[in-house]
Ligand binder design. Structure first.
Ligand SMILES: [Mg+2]
Length: 273
């Protein structure tokens, strides 16, 4: 039986589905991934030895700094805790961000590039529910070493509560010590906002925060939400003494607050200095 001999409603449905499929196929074939602004950064993350060596190097340096910080009871990586004081006898802890700090989500972004799509909250949450992120090289060895030194591990992430269980599952399957108690997700309605300050305060209540580790300045201190590039760079200059010491920064060339602060087009390129 040919398609045209089907009853009219069924024939119409088949025709519409066929047209949708052909349009999808045409769009997919039109995607030139190399023209996407994320392509080079993602290809570097996923393929270069340099990215892997850089993250491993960063985590080895972090372990050295952790050992220094553990010896000094007056050492804290949290600016608020330092200002308030009274933390010297608390249990040492470290706080790590999740995405692009211990969890490598480059596969999610690669999928979006391949489909010619931008980030959306819905697609991101779907990816989080898959719990398929891999470990950033060097991160697991570092966390295990920190644990063996008696340090409490906390993850403060701007993933939302709705994907908390999946995030814990992902972290645990990779070998990280993750539970409901030490993975602090975002929920602005309940006082756990973007800037992570309130969640750092929750950890600081009973712990001395020895290191803060992340791929964004906002993982390390407040005041980094500015959409103004000069203000961001000014804060970074002022805080330089903390970086590489009590604050450990991972590379993320694909996305972040820096990108939202960029001027458009060629204005983001400095053609002379
Ligand atoms: Mg991150």
């Amino acid at each position: 039986m040919s398609v045209t001999s089907l009853p009219r409603p069924i024939y119409s449905t088949v025709a519409i589905l066929l047209m949708i499929w052909m349009v999808d196929l045409a769009i997919a074939q039109d995607v030139d991934v190399e023209k996407d602004s994320r392509y080079c950064a993602l290809a570097w993350m996923q393929n270069s030895a340099e990215y892997r060596l850089l993250t491993e190097q960063t985590y080895r340096a972090a372990l050295l700094q952790l050992q220094v910080g553990l010896q000094d009871p007056h050492w804290s990586a949290d600016e608020v805790q330092l200002a308030v004081g009274g933390f010297e006898h608390k249990q040492p802890a470290i706080i790590l961000d999740c995405d692009e700090t211990v969890l490598d989500n480059s596969a999610y972004n690669a999928r979006r590039v391949s489909a010619g799509e931008e980030y959306t909250t819905e697609s991101w949450n779907d990816w989080c529910q898959e719990a398929k992120a891999t470990a950033v090289p060097g991160s697991l060895d570092f966390v295990n070493a920190a644990k063996s030194l008696g340090v409490k591990i906390f993850f403060i992430t701007n993933r939302r509560d709705v994907v908390k269980d999946a995030t814990i599952k992902n972290l645990k399957e990779l070998g990280f010590p993750a539970s409901q108690g030490n993975v602090l997700t975002k929920n602005p309605e309940q006082g756990r906002g973007d800037d992570k300050v309130s969640r750092r305060a929750m950890v600081a209540k009973n712990h001395r925060i020895v290191l803060l580790i992340g791929d964004s300045m906002s993982d390390l201190c407040s005041g980094m939400d500015s959409g103004n590039l000069e203000e961001r760079n000014q804060v970074a200059s002022e805080k330089r003494a903390m970086l590489g010491s009590r604050w450990i920064m991972l590379p993320n060339p694909v996305y972040g607050g820096w990108q939202r602060a960029l001027p458009s087009g060629e204005k983001a390129l400095k053609l002379s200095r």
